[in-house]
Design a protein around this ligand. Sequence first.
Ligand code: SF4
Length: 472
Amino acid sequence: MSEWLWNIDRPGEACGVFGIYAPGESVARVTFFSLYALQHRGQESAGIAVFDGRGILLHKEMGLVSQVFDEQDLLPLQGNMAIGHVRYSTAGSSRRLGAQPFLLESALAHNGNLVNGGALREELLARGVGLVSSCDTELMIQLLAGAPGDTWVKRIRHMMTKALGAYSLTILTRDALYAVRDPWGFRPLSLGRVNGGWAVASESCALQTIGAHDIQEIPAGQVVTIDERGMRSEMGKPPAKSSLCVFEFIYFARPDSIIDGQLIHEVRQALGRELAKEHPVDADLVMGVPDSGIPAAIGYAQDSRIPYGEGLIKNRYIGRTFIEPSDRLRKAGVALKFNPLPEVLKGKRIVVVEDSIVRGTTSGPIVELLRRAGAKEIHMRITCPPIKHPCFMGVDMATYEELIAHRLSVPEIRERIGVDSLGHLSLEGMIRATGRHPDRFCAACFTGGYPFEQKAGVLVRTAQPARSLVEG
Ligand code: SF4
């Protein structure tokens, strides 16, 4: 079955994970609703694994959470603990084989990407381990299966010494649920209490959705064990240079999630206020490109005192389908996803706030839609600096060539997308809006300063000389 994704030019993320230990609770059903709340992190496939007291039961399939599970699928998944996963598609990978959780002796769900995946793959193959997919998740579960140690925590620690890169994991064994965050803390991972038990999730919004309380973030490098004795957190590997992905604030995370103690919605409004200070313009209306551009547009309007309005309506239900569009519909492109409001836009000078420009394939058509709807001037404002460097930590922008800001200057991009002016937020402005110290973040896609040494596999060949985050 072929699949059609209504592609929008955004940095693609690589997954959401969930785990629950709650005897007496319908753990598969709770996992289902949590994955629903994490759907924005990945729409390619979804899966749930449950330990039923004898073995691990698994159901996973291609598609959205609502397409993968119905009542009949959830019914057999009975037990005291479960993990779940939603996956973002990565080009070229064998899609069905990449669906998670992965199941061996344990079940494992992973958000992130290993930068030494190639070397680990060779090492495992040399040991005679058969690999069936191109996924790092399979490497991790095989590392875990072959790790020395008489306890799971020892085995997880061994895996953490081998795996270099981004990983927030939930692991289900016969005895316990484990949650693991890499020593750099690239991807978020939160923990909360639910109905006498515990749950972990990529984002706090999923925990709030299921009524969890006492929500806290799992620190980098920690291994959390949850079993009949309760919850324990211990060091898996000492924290490395703090490298929380700043794109969680700009685009990935849901606005109602809290990451590093900051509400994402508030950070996005602050991004807009910083943009208004750095790139003011005379205009009649500020609007955001839905959804992530909207809080920033509100912030821009607050600071500039230009009225805020909605000029584009997004069809929120068109994400992914197995129905191929006709050629005529395919050409309609972003018009299938966004509809402009001519009554709002006609004759106006508008500021359009967008979260990012990655490949530059969406901005031009959006600008065209707005012009056709009567906008007189279009001033585009972007809530992050130009993305000039690829990401090796699991975000779907892996090569220099695909990045428009690597090939073109800002004036050239302005001309290419057809706007009257184009302004990117500076690195300093972006970090200021997060309310955190610059050293907290990975911002390698803006600066080229990767958190790994140059000997780290693929980075040896592709990384630009590292620059400090504050230098920009
Ligand atoms: S390179 Fe960019 S997208 Fe990748 S982890 Fe770092 S900040 Fe996030």
